[in-house]
Design a protein around this ligand. Sequence first.
Ligand code: NI
Length: 160
Amino acid sequence: MAIRNIREYGDEVLTKKCKEVTEMTPRVRDLIEDMLETMYEANGVGLAAPQVGILKRIVVIDVTGEDPHILINPRIVEMSGEQTGQEGCLSVPGKSGIVTRPNYVKAVAMDVNMKPIELEGTELLARAICHELDHLDGHLYVEKVEGGLQDVTYDDEEEE
Ligand code: NI
């Protein structure tokens, strides 16, 4: 496993649409392991493959630090409600902003064995699912921020 370099806002790779994963290979497994390690090392709650420069539809999410979710080719199939709150991104270091997201989300995806899975979440998990899936289509939360980006201190920040 290895820590990968996190691409930052302004890097073109973050604006691209990612491609579906068609088969699990040792290379893709390594990528997923590295994404988890990179996310934990950066104290993030989520990371999408384009953030490490790989245009594949893969995200990792862990909002508690003890419950990693790996989603391959994820798609949101249900959402409801609304939440408005602070959001950050490992690709936009030192910043946060207010974003409105659904309060409940259900996603379908493949796991590391390319078996279909479902992930349901509310509150922070729902927010993280939406945020990470946006990355796969080249979108950053900064496009959705209400009232502009703010500077934040690092120690009390959760970044996605
Ligand atoms: Ni992000």
